[in-house]
Unconditional design. Structure first.
Length: 374
């Protein structure tokens, strides 16, 4: 059996090696490494897939910062998100002088608990920032209704959910990141659509807003050496765009491979007393950027699986309202009990497009063996 990886990036590359190598060589031959047609080609193809405007940028963190800038948020404005997420969601708000305001997450789906939103909205609230954690959407229909009621923006942190579909009550569907005012995405190598380095993208249905975003990401430029606003320098390089363009052709196949692996885990781990498998919601598909279980014996299970050569990861081991850098926000232990409990229970199992049935069988057998001895 091949070595089990948490994310088998090299194994996936080998399935597209000839196309990716040629795409990279074509960029090298062109010597057009920045803002080439290759970047515009990829933007166009991803826009067609998502049915929205796409502006690429340097990474998912930049995408969030540019989103705040594009909506004109000002120091002191409040943005509502959760403390159970990757740091970029909170970090970018603070760097912009904004005030993150937290609500807890749902204990099963790990996403924003919409029932708590209205309790924290104030006259300073300007935006809601739901995070589509691990590949499943937050409850966007409810979030959008609250945003409309209070005249708030919605910025989707969809960095872990490219390809996921939100399912509205009337049965219509939209891709994650295309429901709110702005969607943010990351092409970090292990993401659903991953580059060979950093990369990101911003989505906007409104053409005028998309134009503002494109300008901000390019120094605030409207034409060469003409600047209409304060901007930043954040761009996807041409080699990464070429790689992503190839991988986008196989994206649906890769999502299906993740779904197949998740289905295997579901079938063989459901009902075990030692853990709880990921919850599914009826308003979203799941693309399984991570397959994250819950167990009271998290550290023991992780240590046991390590002895079997099975890698695991904890996403996330801390909550942000208790992190040293964010104590100034004034939150205390116990303010968000669900998130504070999850950081002690969550464990992500290997999840990627190259998992074989032999590997999956070995992983679930090891988990079951652990369940028999605890």
């Amino acid at each position: 059996m091949r070595t089990i990886h948490m994310s088998d990036l090299y194994g996936q590359y080998l399935t597209m090696k000839e196309e990716i190598d040629e795409a990279m060589q074509a960029v090298i031959r062109s010597t057009q490494f920045i803002k080439s047609g290759k970047v515009l080609d990829f933007e166009k193809e991803l826009a067609q897939y998502l049915q929205t405007n796409v502006i690429t940028c340097g990474n998912g963190t930049d995408a969030l910062q540019i989103a705040y800038m594009a909506l004109g948020l000002q120091p002191g404005d409040e943005v509502i998100t959760t403390p159970f997420t990757f740091v970029a969601t909170v970090e970018t708000a603070v760097l912009m002088g904004l005030k993150p305001v937290f609500v807890d997450v749902c204990p099963g789906a790990y996403n924003m608990d919409v029932s708590q939103l209205e309790d924290v909205i104030t006259t300073n609230t300007k935006a809601i920032v739901p995070v589509h954690l691990f590949g499943q959407c937050a409850n966007m229909e409810e979030i959008m209704a609250i945003a409309q009621k209070y005249n708030l923006y919605v910025i989707e942190d969809a960095c872990q959910a490219l390809g996921t579909e939100y399912i509205f009550k009337d049965g219509t569907r939209q891709k994650a990141g295309t429901v709110g005012d702005i969607g943010c995405n990351s092409f970090f190598p292990s993401k659903n659509l991953g580059a060979f380095g950093d990369g990101g993208a911003i989505f906007a249905n409104d053409d005028e807003l998309a134009g503002v975003i494109r300008s901000i990401a390019n120094h605030g430029m409207k034409a060469k050496y003409q600047y209409e606003r304060i901007g930043v320098n954040s761009r996807l390089d041409s080699i990464q765009a070429a790689i992503l363009e190839v991988k986008l052709k196989y994206f649906d196949r890769h999502i299906n491979a993740r779904l197949k692996a998740a289905a295997y885990y579901d079938e063989h781990l459901a009902g075990l007393e030692c853990l709880v498998i990921p919850e599914r919601v009826d308003y979203s598909t799941h693309t399984f950027h991570q397959y994250t279980i819950k167990t009271e014996k998290r550290d023991e299970l992780q240590a046991f699986l390590k002895t079997k050569g099975i890698p695991t990861m904890v996403y996330y081991p801390e909550v942000f309202h208790l992190q040293e850098a964010y104590k100034f926000l004034g939150y205390q232990k116990g303010d968000f009990p669900v998130s504070e409990k999850l950081i002690k229970m969550v464990l992500s199992l290997p999840m990627h497009t190259e998992l074989t049935e032999e590997q999956l069988q070995y992983i679930v057998s090891a988990v079951k063996e652990f369940g028999e001895v605890v």
